[in-house]
Write a protein that binds this ligand. Structure first.
Ligand code: MN
Length: 240
């Protein structure tokens, strides 16, 4: 959502269609993901931003997710779901709603490195995404649809199809959700809707005002993070 720093177009490779068609193909996930991080790197000047460059992230058997509250030029929540060695990312202006009747616009943005999952701090003004970033939720997720067979292959196919059902095991968000792709713009970026499914974790008529306002990792408010001086180095963060 923040204005792009330069007018340089995103590399074509970043918009490449997912390789989900080859059923059962099991290439190393890190290699799959590496190419798609080119757009992430191209948008950032790592001599100026504290954000991680992205390298090798610790392996995990379970797929990770995070939600970062990001007070950039416009406040939004960034939902990131691990797939094939990167964090697939969506900017959700109004944030997730627990009410199954509410559909939230989720704009797909560039894939982020897995190291981004521990980033909380301040991106300098004038840089891409300049503003305060809070780690709002974190945990693991799994495929939530009914496609038979390998769940990872099902997730790839669901993403490619634009009907991505998943179950969150977060500290704050839990249960079944779906991202439904509604359209693509001319740069290949897609708009999706984020919707809570009806289950034990849904809340009819849930109000967004009831949402937690602190970091899930440090307990800090946005103001405290912003005032926290320099950057909270993601690679020094405590895991778990
Ligand atoms: Mn953002």
């Amino acid at each position: 959502m923040p204005a792009k720093k330069s007018a340089k177009p995103a590399p074509k490779s970043a918009a490449k269609k997912p390789a989900a068609r080859k059923s059962g193909a099991q290439r190393p996930s890190a290699r799959r993901g590496a190419k798609t991080l080119a757009e992430y790197a191209a948008k950032r000047d790592f001599t100026r931003t504290p954000e991680p460059r992205g390298g090798r992230a610790p392996a995990s058997k379970k797929l990770r997710f995070v939600i970062q509250k990001h007070d950039a030029s416009r406040l939004h929540y960034d939902l990131r779901l691990e797939l094939d060695g990167v964090m697939k990312s969506w900017a959700v202006p109004k944030g997730p709603s627990l009410d199954p009747a509410v559909k939230r616009l989720a704009m797909e943005v560039e894939d982020h490195p897995i190291e981004y999952n521990t980033f909380e701090g301040t991106i300098p003004e004038g840089e891409y995404g300049g503003g305060t970033v809070m780690l709002w939720d974190r945990g693991t997720y799994e495929y939530g649809g009914t496609m038979p067979g390998d769940p990872l292959a099902a997730l790839r196919a669901a993403y490619a199809k634009g009907d991505f059902k998943f179950i969150l095991h977060g500290e704050r968000l839990k249960g079944s959700w779906v991202l439904v792709r509604t359209r693509r713009d001319d740069r290949g970026k897609a708009q999706w809707l984020l919707i809570k499914h009806r289950d034990a974790f849904a809340e009819e008529g849930a109000e967004d005002d009831a949402r937690a306002t602190t970091s899930v990792t440090t307990g800090r408010s946005m103001e405290e993070i912003a005032a926290g001086g320099d950057v909270w180095q993601s690679n020094r963060s405590k895991r778990g």
